[in-house]
Design a protein around this ligand. Sequence first.
Ligand code: MD6
Ligand code: FE
Length: 205
Amino acid sequence: MEVFPGAFHLPGYLTLEEQIALARRCGTIGGEPAGFYTPTVRYGARMRLQMVCLGLHWNARTYKYEKVRSDYDGLPVQPLPDDLKALARRVAAETGMEVSPDLCILNSYTEEGRLGLHQDKDERAETIAAGYPVVSISVGDSAKFRMGGTRRKDPLRTFILRSGDAFVFGGPSRLRYHGVSGILPGTAPPQLEIQGRFNLTFRQY
Ligand code: MD6
Ligand code: FE
């Protein structure tokens, strides 16, 4: 369903089996040596989530992408697996959009997790101008996801992102402010056997 021009919420995109497999996968990726860590942003604040990037690393101090985690441990970033790339392409195609993702940011939230209001604007200017979408997939606990306009002060709408939901935002919505204002504890399907929430955002650099 199109929630803003170029922004689509696809509830229940993944089957329960796919959610189980993806949740496991996220745990495995996060447990690798170049796995989950808590980023510290420019002004010294620790983010209220754990992150691991695939394909290209997002440096929380410079807001730039790089091949090694120079703001944390210097380890080379893990590659972005082809099947995950293909999954993101399929989601985008479902909304009539096209994207060739070369990186993914995987976030892990506990029940206290949050993500402040932000724009995704650290990809190449050409990519953003062309409106290539960011494709988001969530598994685990539900999240309160807020989305506004292209100015921080614009009014916000809240969407509940549940396990298996996809969210795509591109075209004229590519630079809308958005964030996660809270996690709804204990809402993950029990078959996932996880607490908390994983969110993957696939992007084209
Ligand atoms: C999250 N997602 O859902 C954080 N960004 O945990 C994002 O910040 C995000 O969902 C760009 C596009 C889709 C998203
Ligand atoms: Fe974002």
